[in-house]
Design a protein around this ligand. Structure first.
Ligand code: HEC
Length: 159
């Protein structure tokens, strides 16, 4: 039997050193892969989130469009272009009001007018989500809204 080497080499024979080196390199490669994966995931994930938001926006506009034509167009005109009630498709109207204000107004209605409360909380027929969809729909008209400074008296007054 060969004589055993003495000293530290007893603790770390060559095969063990090679094995540890191998584990160390595998570990380093694995760590590098994980570190690289995080930014890639973050970039992809924000893209996915933007896609989801866009899809949600499209769905809300579609739902809001149909809710508006069923419940609101009879007074406010098709696509809010005015009738017996204020023209909502108006650059000036959109500039005058925020989304939360619009939601509150639609929810509670305008007392003393034919604009009734639409929220179920106030005896209406719409859920908060449906009102949000109508607001999203109306807001989607803003980029192409015509100038109707006297939107409250309707499009006829503006000529
Ligand atoms: C029966 C007729 C009628 C219906 C239906 C109706 N509205 Fe109105 N709406 C009015 C009238 C009239 C006013 C103006 C109230 C006032 O200020 O005197 C008004 C005002 C508004 C305003 C405020 C406009 C401004 O000048 O600031 C918004 C927004 C609005 N309505 C949205 C809606 C939405 C959304 C629906 C459907 C869910 C709806 N309305 C359904 C009659 C109606």
């Amino acid at each position: 039997m060969a004589e055993r080497p003495s000293g530290l080499r007893d603790f770390e024979p060559a095969w063990l050193a090679r094995s540890l080196d191998r584990y160390l390199s595998v570990g380093l490669v694995f760590m590098a892969a994980l570190i690289a994966a995080f930014p890639i995931y973050r970039i992809r994930e924000s893209g996915l989130r933007a896609d989801a938001a866009r899809e949600q926006q499209v769905n809300d506009v579609a739902a809001g469009t149909s809710l508006f034509s069923t419940g609101c167009a009879s007074c406010h005109g098709a696509a809010g272009t005015g009738g017996t009630a204020p023209t909502l498709n108006s650059k000036q109207f959109f500039a005058s009001i925020t989304d939360p204000q619009m939601a509150v107004l639609i929810s509670t209605g305008v007392p003393g007018s034919s604009m009734s409360a639409w929220s179920q909380e106030f005896g209406g027929t719409l859920t908060a989500d449906q009102i949000r969809q109508i607001v999203t729909y109306l807001r989607s008209l803003e980029p192409t809204a015509p100038s109707v400074p006297d939107w409250r008296t309707g499009k006829k007054a503006s000529g």
